[in-house]
Design a protein around this ligand. Structure first.
Ligand code: GLU
Length: 310
């Protein structure tokens, strides 16, 4: 008898800092289809770490919009703002292993330092200015501004395999795990949350591929379980930039105002990933029947105008 495969647990983790647009919703749809195509579950996480930008109003509207396109969530839900202690414990573990250090650099200092070429670091990477400060130097710098905490990744090369985009290899710089206002950084929170939610597969936008190398570095440093990664293509505006609220009618509410229903929006998202024919409105179970991991496209889609959906 073949042993049963462990259950797939996916997640969708929106930041409640505004309404979801069709690009966000399409990623959520793909995460749902991916998990459910293997009889798995999809969990919801509220990435509300930013105390200023994240609001309960946005969260409620995002939940409502996800439901309006037919997405359901199972099992344990996590709200990042309630888990600060968990993040502090992990930072303590990294500190005990000498894997973090305080960084006093301002944004400007980082920009200037990062613009000089650094042997094998990618453009814009933090070059390690504060990595080897003496205690005295650190004390002097601390008088000027509070410290962020950075990991000692020291330009490690991290390889991982992505289910859609194949073999990946990135150099990881000393990224921030705690901002200088004391708020834990997304990169830290996301790996701990995935682990605590029992996540086995992460489906998210391809703009986060390089971020995944950082997460892989952290997961190894904290001895967390590996997950499957499946990045999905983005929806872009006519200029080729990642879709954003300023690109016109791009949220379900905007589109409803133009008499375009959530079902019609879902059909258009499905069409853009090869799961529906033009003009067709497949149900969630029809989409699930058609979905195959291997057929998920890797090229981005251009969002022209809501008018095309009428
Ligand atoms: N809250 C993040 C975002 O909306 C989540 C990214 C992720 O899926 O890890 O971009």
């Amino acid at each position: 008898m073949t042993p049963a495969l462990p259950q797939v647990i996916g997640r969708y983790a929106p930041s409640p800092t505004g309404d979801l647009h069709v690009g966000n919703l399409r990623t959520a749809l793909l995460a749902w289809l991916s998990a459910h195509s293997t009889d798995g579950e999809l969990r919801l996480r509220i990435d509300d770490l930013d105390p200023i930008a994240a609001t309960r109003g946005s969260e409620e509207r995002q939940r409502a919009d996800l439901a309006r396109i037919g997405l359901t969530f199972d099992g344990l839900e996590i709200r990042q703002s309630e888990r600060l202690e968990r993040y502090r414990v992990a930072i303590g573990e990294l500190a005990a292993a000498d894997l973090v250090y305080p960084c006093f650099c301002s944004r400007r200092e980082i920009r200037e330092a990062a613009s000089a070429p650094h042997a094998h670091l990618p453009d814009g990477a933090y070059p390690g200015t504060c990595r080897d400060l003496s205690t005295l130097e650190a004390q002097q710098r601390a008088e000027g501004r509070p410290a962020a905490l950075r990991v000692r990744a020291e330009g490690a090369t991290i390889s991982f395999s992505d289910r859609n985009f194949g073999a990946q290899r990135f150099v990881v710089d000393d990224f921030v795990v705690q901002r200088n206002d004391g708020v834990p950084a997304y990169n830290l929170a996301t790996v701990l949350d995935d682990d605590d939610q029992g996540v086995t597969e992460v489906v998210r936008g391809a703009d986060l591929l390089a971020g995944t190398a950082r997460h892989t570095w952290l997961r190894r440093a904290l001895r967390l379980s590996d997950v499957t990664h499946a990045h999905v293509p983005l929806v872009r505006n006519r200029e080729g930039d990642r879709l954003a609220k300023r690109d016109g009618a791009v949220t379900l509410t905007d589109l409803s105002d133009l008499n375009i229903s959530p079902t019609r929006v879902r059909a258009s998202m499905a069409e853009s990933i090869g799961l529906a024919a033009p003009g067709e409105n497949p149900s969630m179970s029809e989409l699930l029947d058609r979905y195959r991991h291997e057929d998920v496209p890797t090229s981005d889609t251009m969002w022209d105008s809501a008018e095309e959906l009428r």
